[in-house]
Unconditional design. Structure first.
Length: 357
């Protein structure tokens, strides 16, 4: 009897030892909670400063804030979806999170577009950082703007730095100088503004600008210093009017079902590193090229001019019919005429509040 009991004890101990031994061989973390894996899509290239020093930092902040319980795989350079398809890709779950240029979706975000109207930013924000704060405050103030993102989990919006007008043969110093110029322009309302001044808008992707300037198919273009440097536009440019006449923005959103499936503590952790400051961190990456770009212009003899205060007033006055055009379009989206004008007036105040003098 004693021998049988001893045998049973030894057998039991052997089983326990085998189990303990197998556990030591088990891969580290295999028994831990599996991380939640999400996909992030953007048209930013992996060389873009916004992506390298902004987006990737934000994604790492999410991972750290959740204690590694969330892992996000980034897909830059349109490798998961085209930039113009990002909104539907996020809504449909192809991507869990996505960032795209608002200008890819004309008419889809009418209230968001009010912050990008021509000359509204003129004389106010001189940086992408300050323009980003304008857009985010507008989002917080306007319920109509928030409604535009009700199909997704809104993360933030960020801005480019205020744009200039660059030319090759003819310098631009006044509103009248725009007449007759073939200019590459993007955006419904910025295009309408330039057309009203007698310019000939030329539609093409940024990647085609260099060649078309080189071949003199276009006389100039409206752009930002960030793109000026990354696309080496200084090689085909002779004059820059640093008018700071409009900004453009990017949304970052998450699939609503994917968000709702996350545990509340993880949602709270993600929210803690998402919002205005994350938007500013990504947006201000575009400001870092301003200094090097101006230095490059000086080295290559590119003449950079600014608008006088009197000329700024002329540009703003010329833009008011375009603002009214936006208001009329907004009426067609269910916003009253009076409310549309209120939104314009409030946006101007927000811009003035965040002006960098």
């Amino acid at each position: 009897m004693k021998e049988n009991r001893l045998l049973m004890v030894l057998q039991g101990m052997s089983v326990v030892m085998v189990i303990l031994f197998l556990i030591t061989l088990w891969p580290t973390g295999a028994l831990a909670e599996k991380p939640i894996r999400l996909k992030y899509a953007t048209h930013f290239t992996d060389r873009h400063r916004q992506y390298k020093n902004g987006v990737l930092v934000w994604l790492k902040n999410i991972e750290d804030a959740t204690g590694g319980r969330v892992k996000i795989t980034p897909y830059p350079s349109q490798t998961l979806c085209k930039g113009k398809d990002t909104w539907e890709a996020v809504k449909g779950g192809i991507a869990d999170i996505g960032t795209a240029f608002v200008g890819f979706f004309p008419g889809r975000f009418p209230v968001t577009e009010v912050t990008f109207l021509p000359c509204m930013s003129m004389g106010a924000p001189n940086t992408a950082e300050s323009a980003t704060r304008v857009i985010m405050e507008a989002y917080e103030r306007f319920p109509e703007m928030q409604k535009e993102y009700s199909d997704v989990k809104f993360m933030f919006l960020h801005s480019i730095e205020p744009a200039f007008v660059a030319t090759r043969k003819k310098p631009v110093s006044t509103l009248e100088d725009l007449n007759g110029l073939k200019l590459r322009i993007a955006g419904v309302y910025t295009t309408a503004f330039m057309k009203a001044q007698g310019a000939i808008p030329m539609l093409m992707p940024p990647s085609a600008m260099y060649e078309n300037m080189q071949k003199r198919v276009i006389d100039g273009y409206a752009y930002s210093w960030d793109g000026f440097m990354s696309r080496k536009m200084y090689e085909v440019t002779e004059y820059v009017l640093d008018a700071k006449w409009y900004v453009g923005g990017f949304f970052t959103v998450m699939n609503l079902k994917a968000w709702n499936k996350l545990p509340p503590d993880i949602q709270k952790a993600i929210d803690s590193v998402t919002g205005v400051e994350s938007a500013v961190m990504i947006g201000k990456q575009m400001d870092y090229d301003t200094g090097p770009a101006l230095k490059k212009c000086s080295e290559r003899g590119i003449k950079v001019n600014k608008l006088s205060l009197a000329e700024q007033k002329k540009w703003k006055q010329a833009a008011k019919p375009i603002w009214d055009m936006w208001a009329k379009d907004a009426e067609g989206k269910g916003i009253s005429a009076a409310r549309a004008q209120e939104i314009i007036a409030e946006t101007i105040k927000i811009y003035d509040k965040h002006a960098v003098r």
